[in-house]
Design a protein around this ligand. Structure first.
Ligand SMILES: C[S@@+](CC[C@H](N)C(=O)[O-])C[C@H]1O[C@@H](n2cnc3c(N)ncnc32)[C@H](O)[C@@H]1O
Length: 213
């Protein structure tokens, strides 16, 4: 049982291949689509925006972000992931957008973003920040690549997260307290940092807003 819990925890932080990886991927798709959709909606993406999602998992949020981007404008969507398996799955789902040049997926970690300063207008991430090895460094990198006037949204399945941590099924979800994350955002220079408790149908979830002046 202990090794099963450890495997689930490992795949939650870094989804990979195999039966437990497959199971975790099903859980992500089934439970988190609304959070990905809401994050993309709350960002108020304009057709010409450059949008980044960090830790996109199966790629549903990228798909929603692409719906807001104009095919013929300069708008583009970028996805950064540390799991090669999630990149493979998202590439399969979104290959047409990659081929058209509207979507670029990159293997990497949030603490070392491969994008120039001020290169993104909108950033979002879903169920992700509590896995970062260095929260401050991740926030600092996101602040660096966000352009002045830009905005970032974080959504999370807080209830499921708390339950999974309590049941030892998410042992690598350190730093999951949203207050610690929000303090780190403010320390980095983000402004207007606030959390709202929102609803999507019968599901409620927290969304954290942050801006760069
Ligand atoms: C729990 S999954 C969430 C996936 C998706 N956003 C969702 O909500 O269904 C966390 C994802 O973040 C990625 N991730 C974790 N730490 C990361 C880091 N430091 N940099 C980039 N990606 C990271 C993992 O590979 C994984 O795909």
């Amino acid at each position: 049982m202990q090794s099963f819990k450890e495997a689930v925890s490992r795949h939650c932080r870094h989804p990979s291949t195999g039966p437990v990886g497959w199971l975790v991927k099903q859980i992500l798709v089934r439970n988190n689509e609304y959070l990905e959709k809401e994050a993309a909606r709350l960002l108020g993406i304009q057709p010409h925006d450059r949008v980044l999602e960090v830790g996109f998992g199966p790629g549903l949020g990228l798909q929603y972000a692409l719906e807001h981007i104009d095919r013929y404008d300069r708008g583009n969507v970028y996805g950064l992931e540390m799991s090669t398996e999630m990149i493979r799955i998202a590439t399969k789902r979104l290959h047409q957008h990659i081929a058209s040049g509207k979507l670029q997926l990159t293997l990497g970690i949030v603490m070392n973003l491969p994008y120039p300063d001020n290169s993104m207008d909108r950033i979002f991430h879903v169920n992700c920040y509590y896995f970062w090895d260095d929260l401050d460094k991740g926030c600092k990198e996101l602040y660096r690549v966000l352009s002045p006037g830009g905005a970032m949204i974080t959504t999370l399945n807080y209830k499921l997260l708390k339950l999974s941590v309590e049941k030892d099924l998410n042992v690598y979800a350190h730093n999951y307290d949203p207050d610690a994350y929000m303090k780190s955002l403010e320390k980095t220079g983000f402004t207007g940092v606030r959390m709202e408790h929102l609803k999507d149908g019968d599901k409620d979830f927290p969304a954290i807003f942050a801006c760069k002046e």
